[in-house]
Design a protein around this ligand. Sequence first.
Ligand code: HPA
Ligand code: MG
Length: 221
Amino acid sequence: MAVCNIVSFPSQIKDDWPGYSLDLFSYPAHYSGDLDCVYIPHGVIMDRTERLARNIMDDLGDHDIVVLCVLKGGYQFCADLVDRIKALSRNSNHTIPMRVHFIRLKSYVNDQSTEDLHILGAEDLSSLNGKNVLIVEAIVDTGKTMKTLLKHVEAAGPKMIKVAGLLVKRVPHNAACLPDYVGFEIPNRFVVGYALDYNEYFRDLNHICVISENGKMKYKI
Ligand code: HPA
Ligand code: MG
């Protein structure tokens, strides 16, 4: 299964990238003081997603696809990616049938990964049997979540599994298992927005931003 491919030219955001000043963009006023910078503006996310959709279509355009959206963080990326794939499919000679399934995982409290990964809401994965599955995940961090998820999906006996991850964090131990399609490789910093949360906050922020110490304190549980 080609889920541990080395991605040839990942779009890397370097360790010294300071992000954009918050003054350059608009963001919800209720988060003023809670963010350090805009790390990846919404428009850039959308442009990168469009390109990922094209890469996916080039590879899988001849197959039916079952998209497996990893909730909650993956909902925005999945919606936008599926949207771009549909648009490309509309504009080409052959359209691809796509189904969308959801699985809900939780492993983070505050900005720390916990040992226990919860699969909270899984549809019956047996429907993935014999299918071409595209797992869509917002962020691959330690890789633990992805490994556990892959085990579950593999057990359902799909024909093929591909993984699309909008963000991959540069942490030493996840290098062995990268998604097939990577939006951005980012430094090991805690980011929020574009459906990525800190204790359920910041999902309503369009840009991917770095949370401030103030923000961490304010929403800590
Ligand atoms: N932000 C939000 N959720 C996450 C992150 C992050 O940086 N890493 C893993 N889950
Ligand atoms: Mg989360």
